[in-house]
Design a binder for this molecule. Structure first.
Ligand SMILES: Cc1cc2nc3c(=O)[nH]c(=O)nc-3n(C[C@H](O)[C@H](O)[C@H](O)COP(=O)(O)OP(=O)(O)OC[C@H]3O[C@@H](n4cnc5c(N)ncnc54)[C@H](O)[C@@H]3O)c2cc1C
Length: 408
């Protein structure tokens, strides 16, 4: 019999201990506690199977003011409080669609403060909040196989010690980021709208050097640059381009990357000189815009990047994951404890609508930069390069079919 199968408990297995997995555990445990009409009187295990990336830096550090509201809703406002290491961010300055920088001040935002996170620390904070709420952690358990069953799913894991375990779960939450580790293993198609490439470098800001706490963005002919001050007197500088442009121009080579930085009009003047000294180490990350063909099934749902992933130009990935978690948790609870599926359907509608809104805003944003509209990078973002934009990567679709909106 698979391990983890106890008749007096029903098990919810959450795959992934990132923001989506931790926040869903918190929202689910709270909803189960406040569930007034249990059909079965059963008790629940909420287990997080986490296999965080090791020996590499974590990207995704900008938290817009909109996140403050959802952190409050989850009872987690203290994670960005004065005791936490994260840096307040006053807003964004960007050279986008214009030769002069424009400014967006977060001070005027009614939702609250924006932040530049210590991302690794933030993820650990959320995970420890999930454990405090009652979740169990299976650290370094990596999902390697999955099968849907009439009463849940059988999950195969490989542990950090090289052991193999098969576990029965009554309900599975796929929170494994854009790996969509569970959904893809049961054959759910993942639709790709677009993919950009991030070439990032980190720098120390030595005492005496200054750098604004605002996020800085500059659009250029081959993509756009992004710079942010990070906690611990560090900073990140990123060139967002795409694979075709990176290949043509050799941007994966630090010299060419630096050459492109040297051609920025404004950004290069805003950076401490140490940036150019540390640029020998370039980190590469793909950032696809994707949507699963189905985000819920008979005994599973996908949340966060596992369900849909956004271009970081939106700065919305973490916020989107947290908001979805506040809806996913109660939806799972009402299905498991009360036998209602309608909240799972409402959750799926939310993810699809959210992706449609994102695709529209993304298209507006990229088309608002008209100075480089004849360049390959910008044409490809708008689907005007003659290539088909939407790819489907998998064997079959299950559940509610949904096509991502096309960009006009
Ligand atoms: C280059 C880049 C820049 C970004 N910048 C920003 C930003 O500034 N602001 C912002 O809000 N968002 C940003 N994002 C997006 C943001 O990082 C994601 O939206 C966010 O991390 C989603 O959280 P998640 O919990 O869904 O997924 P993740 O944070 O990816 O967590 C998923 C977890 O599941 C684990 N996992 C994967 N496969 C398995 C498996 N088989 N078994 C067990 N565990 C598994 C992973 O190791 C990981 O720990 C950026 C993304 C990229 C690529």
């Amino acid at each position: 019999m698979p391990t983890g199968f106890r008749k007096d408990f029903r098990t919810v297995a959450i795959i992934g201990g990132g923001p989506a997995g931790s926040a869903t555990a918190i929202a689910l445990l709270r909803a189960l506690q406040s569930s007034h009409r249990p059909v079965t009187g059963e008790r629940f295990n909420v287990r997080i199977y986490a296999d965080p990336p090791k020996g590499t830096f974590r990207v995704g550090e900008s938290l817009p003011p909109a996140a403050s509201g959802v952190l409050r809703a989850l009872g987690l406002e203290h994670v960005t409080g004065p005791q936490a290491p994260h840096l307040a961010c006053a807003g964004t300055s960007s050279l986008w669609g214009n030769n002069e920088p424009g400014h967006n001040d977060f001070m005027l935002d009614t939702m609250g403060q924006g932040y530049h996170l210590d991302r690794e620390f933030f993820d650990v904070q959320l995970l420890s909040e999930a454990l405090k709420a009652g979740a169990e952690l299976f650290q370094d358990w990596h999902l390697v196989g999955a099968q849907e069953l009439y009463d849940g799913a059988a999950l195969d894991f490989r542990t950090g010690k090289g052991e193999r375990h098969t576990v029965h779960a009554d309900f599975v939450v796929d929170a494994s980021g854009h790996a969509s580790a569970f959904a893809r293993r049961i054959g759910v198609a993942r639709n790709t709208l677009d993919e950009v490439l991030f070439l990032c470098a980190f720098a120390d800001i030595p005492p005496g050097d200054s750098m604004t706490g605002r996020t800085m963005v500059e659009a250029v002919s081959d993509g756009w640059w992004y710079a942010a001050r990070l906690p611990g007197n560090k900073a990140i500088l990123t060139f967002c381009t795409d694979r075709q442009t990176a290949r043509q121009r050799g941007y994966k080579e630090p010299d060419h990357w630096l050459g492109a930085l040297g051609r920025t009009r404004w950004l290069r003047h805003q950076l401490p000189p140490t940036f150019t000294e540390t640029a020998a180490t370039l980190h590469m990350r793909a950032a696809p815009s994707t949507l699963l063909s189905a985000v819920t099934g008979s005994s599973w749902l996908a949340v966060g990047d596992a369900a849909s992933s956004f271009d970081p130009v939106s700065s919305a990935g973490i916020t989107k994951a947290l908001i979805a978690a506040t809806k996913a948790g109660p939806a799972i609870a009402s299905w498991l404890a009360e036998g209602h599926r309608k909240n799972l359907h409402a959750y799926a509608d939310h993810v699809l609508r959210d992706f449609a809104d994102y695709a529209r805003v993304r298209a507006e944003l990229y088309s608002s930069e008209r100075r480089f509209r004849d360049q390959g990078f910008w044409l490809r973002r708008l689907g005007l390069d003659g290539q088909v934009k939407v790819g489907v990567h998998n064997r079959r679709s299950t559940g509610t079919a949904a096509s991502p909106p096309s960009i006009s």
